[in-house]
Design a binder for this molecule. Structure first.
Ligand code: LFR
Length: 468
């Protein structure tokens, strides 16, 4: 196969990046060309994403990408899930809300009044998260926004629309709206109608690997590139990350770590049992029609929010140095990282003390050590539940994303869960995005297993064995 270059836009809740991937001839070389912060903004009506700033950075990143590699053959976009822009015609009706905004509670009550939770799980297979798109849309409906909006696009679809002029709904991300039928993978018209949502809001569903459109001439001129295709990837960041997990499947689980920790396996079909719903496991759409059977567990959000609070209070809070110090502390306080009080933005150290009074007056290193231990405890508990729910014996867990760099966390996870932990790659999401595009462009072929074998060869994970 010939070698070629593709560009990935990967937006996380705290930062974004544009990377290029040189693929072909058994190689996979990933190069960062642009990194930027993602800074949510609170206004009188709540917490929002600054999507125009993100778009400006996407353009800037693509400009740098074409500068480094004029031969780029396609572009793919992924981001966190569930959040969206409403448009009237081509006009964006305000900045998208952030899923951590408190308004979602009203939407939950409104949807609960119409559809019971068990019935909803049978229809969409999704874990209950108060910010799933359907709850947010219920608030928009009650506030009259859907009387004026003519379309709704999830964040990667919105950016793709701005780049190409084409409106599509990429399936893996659309599966997090709660409005896709878990068996057909298409919009659930009956559910949409019952919730009083206009069907016309929703764009046609496309699969990862399908072309969304090509860069419009004006965008191509702005980024100094050619009118190349924008290709749908696993536009839900977790779907892209799962593509690049070297070893998922029977006998092994993954933890995709970022702001959240997504803990699961890949299955051929959804698991919709009452036990699965009770354990709040989700069936999200994966690439190649697979199911991402997983659960959202707290992630680096705790660390990031603490570091921000310490820095605001004048502490240098240098994370690598703090982690080194944390590794020397052997009396962590274990707290429930899944407590709902930890989800909104705000003074995280104070909220941790409210849950674990033993942390009052603790140094940042001790707080960090306690967060690491508590996350490892929650991860181990979730892996045990996953094993019970799937009936697979899971001896290995592959940690990708931010936590793969955190040796202390990986080791404690191995120790507490009694499983082998394979750590890396750290940039799994961007890598999965690149791989799906590369395959669509004919630079690679094969199944997801073949793509993963390439990742394992080019980015061999670090191994942590459980210590007795
Ligand atoms: C991870 C993630 C999760 C989703 C959460 C909110 O970045 O996409 O999968 O539940 O963010 O969108």
């Amino acid at each position: 196969m010939t070698a070629g270059v593709v560009a990935a836009v990967d937006l996380g809740a705290t930062s974004g990046r544009v990377v290029i991937g040189r693929v072909g001839g058994g190689t996979l070389d990933v190069q960062d060309v642009h990194r930027f912060p993602n800074r949510p903004v609170r206004t009188r009506d709540g917490l929002h994403w600054d999507v125009l700033d993100l778009y400006r950075n996407v353009l800037e990143g693509l400009r740098k990408a074409f500068d480094v590699e004029p031969g780029i053959v396609s572009i793919g976009i992924d981001s966190w899930a569930v959040d969206y822009g409403l448009l009237r015609g081509d006009r964006l009706l305000g900045d998208p809300y952030h899923y951590r905004d408190e308004r979602t509670a009203r939407g939950v009550a409104a949807v609960d009044d119409v559809v019971g939770r068990a019935e909803l799980y049978a229809a969409n297979g999704l874990q209950f998260l108060p910010f799933n798109t359907l709850y947010q849309l219920a608030v928009d409906r009650d506030e009259g926004m859907l009387d004026v909006a003519t379309s709704m696009l999830l964040v990667p679809d919105l950016l793709a629309f701005w780049l190409t002029g084409e409106r599509r709904a990429e399936r893996t991300n659309a599966s997090t709206t709660g409005l896709l039928d878990v068996t057909t993978g298409d919009w659930d018209d009956a559910l949409v109608a019952r919730l009083g949502l206009p069907r016309a809001l929703f764009a046609p569903v496309v699969e990862p690997g399908e072309r969304i459109g090509t860069l419009t001439a004006d965008v191509a001129a702005v980024v100094g590139g050619r009118p190349v295709p924008v290709v749908a990837v696993g536009s839900h960041d977790t779907a892209s990350a799962v593509v690049a997990v070297p070893l998922p499947g029977p006998g092994s689980a993954y933890i995709c770590s970022g702001t959240w920790s997504l803990i699961g396996t890949e299955t051929d079909a959804p698991v919709l049992t009452p036990e699965s719903r009770a354990a709040n496991f989700t069936n999200e759409g994966g690439v190649d029609g697979r199911t991402r059977y997983l659960r959202n567990v707290m992630g680096m959000w705790l660390v990031n929010e603490c570091v921000a609070a310490w820095q605001a209070a004048g502490h240098p809070a240098d994370l690598p140095a703090l982690l080194d110090e944390a590794a020397t502390i052997d009396d962590p306080v274990v707290l429930d990282v899944e407590d709902p009080s930890l989800v909104p933005a705000g003074d995280m150290p104070a909220r941790l003390v409210a849950l674990a009074p033993g942390l009052a007056g603790a140094s940042p290193a001790r707080v960090l050590r306690s967060i690491v231990e508590s996350l490892a405890v929650a991860y181990a508990r979730t892996l045990d539940a996953l094993e019970t729910l799937t009936g697979d014996s899971l001896d290995t867990v592959n940690v990708v994303g931010g936590a793969s760099l955190n040796r202390l966390l990986c080791q404690r996870l191995a120790d507490l869960s009694g499983r082998v932990v394979l750590a890396g790659p750290v940039e799994a999401t961007a890598t999965g995005n690149l791989l799906v595009q590369a395959r669509a462009a004919g630079l690679l072929d094969g199944t997801l297993e073949d793509l993963r074998a390439l990742v394992a060869r080019t980015h061999p994970p670090r191994r942590h064995d459980p210590r007795r």
